[in-house]
Structures are given as C-alpha cells and as structure tokens.
Design a protein around this ligand. Structure first.
Ligand SMILES: NC(=O)C1=CN([C@@H]2O[C@H](COP(=O)(O)OP(=O)(O)OC[C@H]3O[C@@H](n4cnc5c(N)ncnc54)[C@H](O)[C@@H]3O)[C@@H](O)[C@H]2O)C=CC1
Ligand SMILES: O=C(O)[C@@H]1CCC=N1
Length: 269
C-alpha cells in the first residue's frame, strides 16, 4: 500500500489530509505527518488518525508521495535536511508559493517533482489547484494528481512561470471573497443593522452567490450575466456598481493581484 507524508502540517496540509482520507485515497495509517509543532501532530493524529513521524528525514524515507507543505521561507532548510533520505521512486509535491521546481531540484536532484498551487476550499472538497510537473513518469503523475483531484478541480500548466499568476488568482483568491464579506458586515453594522443579523445576512448571501455561481457554470453562463440579473435599470445595484467603477475597481484588483503575483516571484529568489 502506498504511503503519503506531509512535511509541514499546517492549514493547507490539513485541508489535503482531510480530503484524501474522506475520498478513501489513503487510509489514515498510510498518512504520515511531520511538523516542528508537537501540538499540530497531536491534533492531526486525534482528528484524522494519521501517523506522526519522529522527524522529517524519517518521514521522507518512508513515503511514496512526499508533500512539502512548509512556508516558502522554511523550504530551503527542509530540502537540505531531507536530501539524502528520499525513497527511491518517491514523487515530491511542493505546494509552497514561489518555490520553483528548479530550486527543489538543486537540493534533491532530478527526482520526480510536482509543483502545485491549491487553495483552502480543498478543506470542503472544492479546491482549485494548478500543477506543473518535472521529470514525472505516468505513475508518479497520477499519484500526485489524485491528491488534488480528491479535493476539487485540477488544471495542468505547461509553463511554470504562469503558476505565479495562479497563486494571485486562485491560491490567494478565497481571501478576496472573505475580505468582501468582512467589509459587508462592517458596513451593515455602520448602517445600523444589529451585528448578529448583519452576519447572518452576509454569510447566507455568500453561500447563495456561491451556489448561483455553480449553477451558472453548469449552464455556461458568465459572472457578468449573474451580476446583471441583480441589477435593475436605475436601481440600487446600478448605483453601487457606478461607485465601484468610478473608483476604478478594476484598477484596484489589478494592483492587488499584481502584488500577489510579484510576491510569488520574489519568494523564488
Ligand atoms: N494557506 C493557503 O491558502 C495556501 C498555502 N499554500 C502554501 O502552503 C504552504 C503552507 O501554508 P499554510 O498551511 O497556510 O502554513 P502553516 O503555517 O499553517 O503551515 C506550515 C507548517 O509548517 C511547519 N514547519 C515550519 N518549519 C518546519 C520544519 N522545518 N519542519 C517541519 N514543519 C515545519 C509549521 O510549524 C506549520 O505548522 C506554504 O508554502 C504556502 O505558500 C499554497 C496554497 C494556499
Ligand atoms: O499567502 C500565501 O503566501 C499563500 C499562498 C497562496 C495563499 N496563501
């Protein structure tokens, strides 16, 4: 039976662990976790039944699929630590923003590598992931892709440099929607709505908008069509949209996404 291991068992690793176990892709006893935080290992073992490893190197030597899920800033230290411990046929998956396959190969040599950019909706099996591959055979490619397909949709990119844009769009993407929810609640309260009612209305609106987006997708409709259905001529939505356009909403989003993309590029240095 194949084993998978996660070095760095934080938020994103947990989302993937939850997904692969609930999809029955791996039994909990075949999922190894490692972290410098013992409390995380204890929590994950209790919550999902996964196996804490005693060290990163022990984990690396035991798994067929090795997921590197530490922060980009910790990646060099981890790669250096495990470089002599990898299982021969293992595929290495990195989900770290900005870390190139070239950088990983500098430490690990020409091992099979998948660089992936998932997002946190993986936690509820609705992840959006893009991957690039390096030196992977069909078996390793499948093993790597299965992890992300268990938690949502996967796109394969030919050009690795595009993964910085993916990071800005879908990796970071959930945060744009959540910030919007925070501001809707804040403004609703400023306008006099009781906080509990503001929260209730905004959460339900977000959920409803998400489900409408799903319906529109299945009918091949655009987000613009969804927006137009809310917008009565001369009405309230039109008034709000005009303010956002006048304040250059497109320019604001372009700046935000460009900053995220550029930060991803910087992290590769
Ligand atoms: N959170 C997100 O929405 C997304 C995150 N990512 C990427 O996933 C990676 C992890 O992000 P998060 O889970 O959000 O971070 P996190 O901070 O929740 O998890 C990182 C974990 O790594 C552990 N760690 C640090 N140094 C270690 C070492 N030497 N050995 C073993 N464990 C070590 C930390 O204790 C922590 O538990 C990052 O590289 C990030 O770029 C990618 C897509 C989305
Ligand atoms: O903020 C970050 O760096 C990570 C990568 C994409 C989402 N979270």
């Amino acid at each position: 039976m194949n084993k998978i291991g996660f070095i760095g068992s934080g938020n994103m690793a947990e989302a993937l662990i939850k997904g692969i176990i609930s999809a029955n892709l791996y039994a909990p006893e075949n999922v190894l976790v490692s972290d410098i935080r013992q409390d995380r290992l204890k929590y994950l073992a209790e919550e999902y039944g996964v196996q804490p490893a005693s060290s990163n190197t022990e984990l690396a030597s035991q798994v067929d699929v090795l997921v590197l899920s530490v922060k980009p800033q910790n990646m060099a230290a981890v790669l250096e630590e495990i470089q002599d411990s990898l299982n021969d046929s293992a595929v290495v998956i990195s989900i770290a923003a900005g870390i190139t396959t070239e950088r990983i190969a500098q430490f690990l040599g020409d091992v099979p590598i998948i660089r992936a950019m998932p997002n946190t909706p993986a936690m509820v099996d609705q992840g959006a992931t893009a991957v690039v591959i390096r030196n992977t055979g069909p078996r390793q490619f499948k093993a790597g892709l299965d992890v992300f397909m268990a938690v949502g949709k996967v796109e394969v990119l030919e050009d690795e440099s595009l993964i910085d844009a993916v990071t800005a769009v879908s990796g970071t993407g959930p945060a744009y929607f959540f910030l919007l929810m925070e501001e809707l609640i804040n403004v609703a309260i400023d306008m006099g709505l009781p906080a509990d009612i503001a929260k209730e209305l905004v959460f339900q609106t977000a959920k409803g908008a998400g489900l409408l987006a799903e319906m529109a997708y299945s009918r091949n409709e655009t987000p613009g069509q969804l927006r137009e259905r809310v917008t009565s001529p001369g009405g309230t939505t039109a008034a709000a949209m005009k303010v956002l356009k006048d304040l250059d909403f497109n320019g604001i989003m372009t700046k935000a996404l460009t900053a995220a993309r550029d930060r991803s590029r910087e992290l590769s240095q």
